[in-house]
Design a protein around this ligand. Structure first.
Ligand code: FAD
Ligand code: UDP
Length: 369
């Protein structure tokens, strides 16, 4: 006799949405997480009245009204619009790449002038079909922007040359020929009022959660608790690395409280020079328009993932995708385990995509009742 209908490994957004959906459908869930808190990478720690994005800056954005309405059941969102800036050798540039950036880079004023400059640099580079991130970047914004705003940041972030990285990573960023610094094109955007924990607390309300609990420490005990398991951890770890280790990037966060009201005037400033060791500095109060007399900043350093580190980013190059495919095929032979989320699906998913994926998988599951 099972004690629960679902054992859910991971209290991040995927696990929390899936648990909510199954609970609403009358099923009994147990959620476990090895960390001491819920929310996965969206977790915020409150320091002196400021919600500190403990695992990196999180901005919610989506084009999908269903997903927007879904999260708004649990928390309201403020009107924050993400507009990070980049610093290269003492000069400030707007992001994403738009008319402000082109003006700062070349002094051009009109979209025609900017397009002509980019076309000239693409022609000089002789790229027809971009095969890697470097060629993709030059084809989108030209060599100057690649050299000053992309190359150093990307090589620090991923620990590889831009020639070895897949083109899709840079296509995440909009390129616009308007004076518009909004980092996203999506219709809906904001930060949960009161922080992300409000969202995950709302999703998990009334659901049993055990923290500081690692599935692998007592796998056979947990496996007999429920006929179905939802697993949101690393897929290679689930299968005991039998096809080899998947690569991830990890991060080191250096949080600091400063006795001043405003350190950098923006929630996020990227340091695109390869000689600056961190990739970005986040000043958390600006996500919520905070007026506290002090401020909290976080310097973010990227590093290779090693056992014991948190795996933040999957590295979706050909080699790793091929290893992932083998794990994915093996996963299909275990119909009682649902694999979901950024680590189990080994994809560079944003929050709205995780919520979408959890809702689709939950809907499919409900059809099997
Ligand atoms: P996670 O949040 O990683 O949750 C998985 C949970 O499973 C973790 O809490 C982990 O401790 C637990 N777990 C793993 N293995 C075990 C085990 N063996 N036993 C018990 N528990 C286990 N998205 C956006 O939309 N906008 C952004 O601005 C944005 N910025 C980001 C910045 C950074 C630095 C990072 C890393 C991600 C960012 N994201 C952003 C992506 C967002 O964090 C993810 O899409 C989302 O949080 C993933 O949810 P998840 O549940 O799949 O994974
Ligand atoms: N990127 C860059 N310069 C920047 C910002 C981003 O070259 O100033 C590149 C980099 O390769 C990064 C990718 O664009 O990994 C995606 O950026 P995004 O801001 O979406 O990264 P995330 O916030 O998910 O780490």
């Amino acid at each position: 006799m099972h004690s629960y209908d679902y054992l859910i490994v991971g209290a991040g957004l995927f696990g929390a949405v899936f648990a909510r959906e199954m609970t609403n459908a009358g099923k009994k869930c147990l959620v476990i997480d090895r960390r001491p808190h819920i929310g996965g990478n969206t977790y915020c720690k409150e320091i002196e009245g400021i919600n500190v994005h403990w695992y990196g800056p999180h901005i919610f954005h989506t084009n999908d009204k269903e997903i927007w309405d879904y999260v708004n059941q649990f928390v309201s969102f403020n009107h924050y619009i993400h507009a990070p800036t980049a610093i290269f050798q003492g000069k400030v540039y707007n992001l994403p790449f738009n008319m402000n950036t082109f003006h700062q880079m070349w002094g051009v004023i009109t979209p025609e002038e900017a397009q002509a400059k980019i076309q000239e640099q693409i022609r000089e580079a002789g790229i027809t079909q971009p095969r890697n991130l470097e060629e993709q970047a030059i084809s989108l914004v030209g060599r100057d922007i690649f050299e000053k705003l992309i190359k150093g940041y990307t090589e620090k972030q991923w620990g590889k040359s831009c020639k070895e990285l897949p083109p899709f990573i840079i296509k995440r960023l909009p390129v616009r020929f308007t004076y518009d610094n909004n980092y996203f094109n999506d219709r809906y955007q904001g930060i949960p009022i009161g922080g992300y924990n409000r969202l995950t607390e709302g999703l998990l309300a009334g659901i049993e959660v055990r923290l500081n609990t690692d599935y692998f420490s007592e796998k056979s005990y947990f496996d007999q608790l429920a006929p179905k398991i939802v697993y949101t951890g690393k897929i290679d770890e689930f299968f005991d690395y039998r096809f080899g280790e998947l690569e991830y990037r990890s991060l080191r966060f250096e949080h600091e409280i400063l006795e001043k009201e405003n350190f950098q005037g923006n929630a996020q400033v990227n340091y695109t020079d390869v000689n600056v060791p961190y990739t970005r500095i986040v000043e958390h109060k600006h996500f919520e328009f905070g007026r506290q007399p002090i401020t909290v900043i976080t310097r973010e350093y990227s590093k290779k993932w090693q056992k014991g580190d948190e795996p933040y980013y999957p590295i979706n190059d050909e080699k790793n995708n091929a290893i992932f495919k083998k794990y994915e095929t093996l996963a299909q032979s275990l119909p009682h385990v649902i694999f979901g989320g950024r680590l189990a699906e080994y994809r560079y998913y944003d929050m709205h995509q995780i919520i979408g994926s959890a809702l689709v998988k939950a809907r499919k599951e409900k059809m099997s009742f």
